[in-house]
Design a protein around this ligand. Structure first.
Ligand code: NIG
Ligand code: FE
Length: 423
């Protein structure tokens, strides 16, 4: 059979194969290694995976890549980002060094609301140009699918502007984007004294308009998510549930920021609503870990946030995996709590501080992250039928990804069977 591309002579072909499902618990250690492997691609889709000699015998192409015994693995899926924003929060970075906490800065009118001001002031073109650079950074670091949240507009007009920015970015960028509507990220100043009115505005006006905008857009993935920041000084349990329920009734898939600082019961609430993922999980209870393990919800950890805060305390992901949860890993790339585009750095931190094995961290950044954005059948592993989104590493051992930090051992990024970046 003639194909468009064969990558052969792969020392470690790390497939992360999982049949479209998330890897739970001990299965996260099984990254599906094939020694001396090869992959064949046709029309942007993987058509064969196996032993190098077998593939070269059965498939023919003019386009051969000799991996020279290096590692080939699935491209990363970044399942939780806030990359559309204007401005920066460098001043807050200094305030925190001097001792202020994230929640204190938020109470004093900084934090998310400060980025909201810059984001409201920026026009669509400025937002797109600034965010495009962040997507370029992500691509160089191996990401070919990326979830992107709104949540710095916090008014109908500005939230829709953020959504339009995501739609425009999809038109100009090769990374596949999944939009998540997060107007329930912070209460904007104009609703400071009546946050419930803001919640009503989200439910009654914003959600239906967002739904319509996504339907009318040419977005490559029609998955759309709604999310909420269930936290002290953000949205309480009742408000969070109201937003998620309204979203669910309109056909949105659900995500929730829960237990970043304070356990308000958001994890249980979101699992019971059938959320695709619950994210952060620093203060999740043992009972909620049991619920998570028994559910289909993915637990997303974001250790870059703790690192950014100079903390040595992290979500207990080791316990969650040992209790059979499916864990995904994200940078949470955003201007405040995690100005970090690097999933390999997130892996490095998760391994050192949360005691994930490199294999578990890789499953968390690929196959499980794919399920966390509703694309478990399409991306996140090297399996027949999946999109050919593949990385070639400048390494002989896939564990280099987490072992090294601060560098970039990703040599070639292949998107839909074509070389997108050569580092
Ligand atoms: O995931 N927690 C809420 N949202 C982000 C922070 C966003 C910001 O600080 O701008 C997070 O940590
Ligand atoms: Fe976040």
């Amino acid at each position: 059979m003639n194909v468009d591309l064969i990558i052969y002579n792969v020392g470690q072909l790390v497939t992360c194969a999982s049949n479209g499902f998330a890897k739970k618990g001990a299965a996260m250690q099984d990254v599906g290694l094939i020694a001396n492997g090869a992959v064949a691609v046709k029309d942007g889709v993987i058509v064969a995976v196996g032993n190098s000699d077998d593939i070269l015998r059965e498939y023919k192409t003019e386009n051969l890549i000799d991996a020279r015994q290096k590692v080939v693995c699935p491209a990363f899926v970044e399942c939780h980002t806030h990359i559309v924003f204007a401005g920066d929060r460098i001043n807050e970075f200094e305030l925190r060094i001097k001792g202020a906490t994230y929640l204190e800065i938020m109470e004093a009118g900084g934090g998310i609301v400060s980025t909201m001001k810059h984001t409201r002031e920026a026009n669509l073109e400025e937002l797109v140009q600034q965010s495009r650079k962040r997507l370029d950074q992500l691509l160089k670091l191996g990401v070919t699918t990326c979830e992107v949240k709104t949540g710095y507009g916090l008014s109908t007009k500005s939230e829709l502007k953020m959504l339009e920015a995501i739609i425009s970015l999809q038109e100009i960028h090769s990374i596949d984007l999944i939009p998540t509507f997060l107007a329930a990220h912070a209460v904007p100043p104009e609703f400071k004294d009546n946050p419930d009115d803001y919640v009503n505005l989200i439910c009654e006006e914003m959600l239906p308009k967002v739904k319509q905008t996504i339907q009318d857009s040419g977005l490559r993935t029609q998955n759309c998510f709604a999310d909420v920041f269930c936290e002290k000084n953000a949205f309480n349990l009742e408000q969070s549930k109201k937003v998620l329920l309204a979203a669910k009734n309109l056909g949105f898939k659900l995500k929730a920021h829960v237990d970043e600082f304070t356990n308000l019961g958001g994890a249980q609430m979101a699992i019971e609503l059938g959320a695709v993922s619950i994210d952060h999980l620093d203060t999740i209870s043992d009972e909620e870990i049991e619920l998570l393990a028994a559910s289909e919800t993915i637990g997303v950890i974001t250790p870059t946030v703790n690192f950014n805060f100079g903390s040595t305390e992290f979500a207990d992901a080791r316990k969650m995996i040992d209790k059979n949860c499916a864990i995904a890993l994200s940078t949470d790339f955003n201007p405040g709590s995690a100005p970090c585009p690097s999933l390999p750095n997130a892996m490095a931190i998760a391994c050192r501080y949360q005691k994930l094995l490199p294999s578990e961290a890789l499953s968390a950044a690929t196959v499980n992250a794919a399920v966390a954005v509703g694309l478990g059948e399409k991306v996140g592993s090297i399996e027949v039928g999946k999109q050919a989104d593949i990385l070639i590493l400048d390494a002989k051992d896939y564990r280099q990804l987490a072992y090294e930090f601060g560098g970039n051992c990703i040599q070639t990024i292949i998107k839909n069977g074509k070389i997108a970046v050569e580092n």
